[in-house]
Design a protein. Sequence first.
Length: 437
Amino acid sequence: MTKISKASQTEKQQSSRRDFFRKTAAYSVSALAAASVMAPVKINAEDDPAIMEEKKWGTTFGYPVTHNLYGQPSPYEHIVTRRNTKLLSSGNYYASIAMCPIHESMGIITPNGLFFSRSHGGTAEIDPNEHRLMIHGLVEKPLVLTMDELKKYPSVSRIHFIECPANGGPEWRGPQFPSIQFAKGMMSCAEWTGVYIKDILKDLGLKKEARWMLAEGVDNSHMGRTIPIDKVLDDAMIVWGQNGEALRPEQGYPIRLLVPGWEGNLCVKWLGRLEFASEPFYAKEETAKYSALKPSGKAIQHFYANEVNSVITSPCPDKPWTDLKKGDLVEIEGLAWSGMGTIEGVDISFDGGKNWVEASLKGLVLPKAWTRFSFMYKYEGKPLLLSSRARDDAGHIQPTVKHEREVMGVESVYHRNGIFTWEVTAKGEVNNVQVLS
Ligand SMILES: Nc1nc2c(c(=O)[nH]1)N[C@H]1C(S)=C(S)[C@@H](COP(=O)(O)O)O[C@H]1N2
Ligand SMILES: [Mo]
């Protein structure tokens, strides 16, 4: 019974495919070429037997629905994973980082299994029933919450990127990685669900002397950061949801702090304690570790927001143009983001920043979120210096590498947002370069 109905269905499918080819063939080639965003299409079925062949997946049952009750990507996508390199590890993989394959991302949401993961003491695996959040210090009503109690607060969902301020940090002196994943993969973007801290504070009563909030994790590193109260009362959140499910252990399950747009290290994972105070607790340690050093040796203290930034994700060294032919229409795509606001526009240069054309923004354009940009390009097979330059609604624009070096020197590790350039060779290979003039 099943077999017969399947066979007849297949026959129907095949005849409708034949119709499709007949109809498609009726359009003239020039009409296809005129459509500006049309990818090259094979219009002759005989050219491609794959379309007419019966495959094994069309003649036998697939997996039962109960096979993979928590789903996995197709095995054919196995190459798309986070990655690590010894260069980015402090001798071990516990205090280390797994980089996000940002060139494989689609839209602006990073799947949870690919979200970049940075920890100083490994990934803690916490039993939520044994986890508590303590909120104390300069509040009228100090409080200890179970996870169930915390989740009783009205929740909100917001799309924001998290970026380690050291993203691209190894490249102040020059390009290091022939790969976008390693050069720019210390960031990801997700829809986070949780509660605004300002809403919890309505209950607890913040004392007016409070100027800082300490956030501390309960993982092996017990990482602590202090955050200015204005930012806390603006948009800081405690989150337990990530893209529609519970946070992953790598992202701080059961709860983490989210400080939208600011340095990733402020987003304390495995969050156990918030303390409000008039002085910054970890100020000394934090200043030593996270301040930005200028060429004069002076440090810029409390340098928190990730500045406006962008990178072309296609093409890139990991996704070159080596299969293109002259005349092919190809989409240049990339990601732009700013921790200070919303992306207003992105320009693209083909000559390393001498001339610029405006790209279009596509999909959702949200504050402190990845924003995707796109530009349709007719490939000419000639060498290019391909750069992107983003600007945000706070009035910031990405500096040139030259300008960035003049202001910051090359000794810093953090906050690189200079214009990023790919060299595209005549063969379509893509190299990581920096334009210094
Ligand atoms: N408790 C705790 N929180 C932490 C860290 C940590 O090691 N322990 N690493 C921080 C750093 S340096 C960054 S960049 C972000 C990374 O977040 P992710 O691993 O979810 O990408 O988490 C921050 N929060
Ligand atoms: Mo970080």
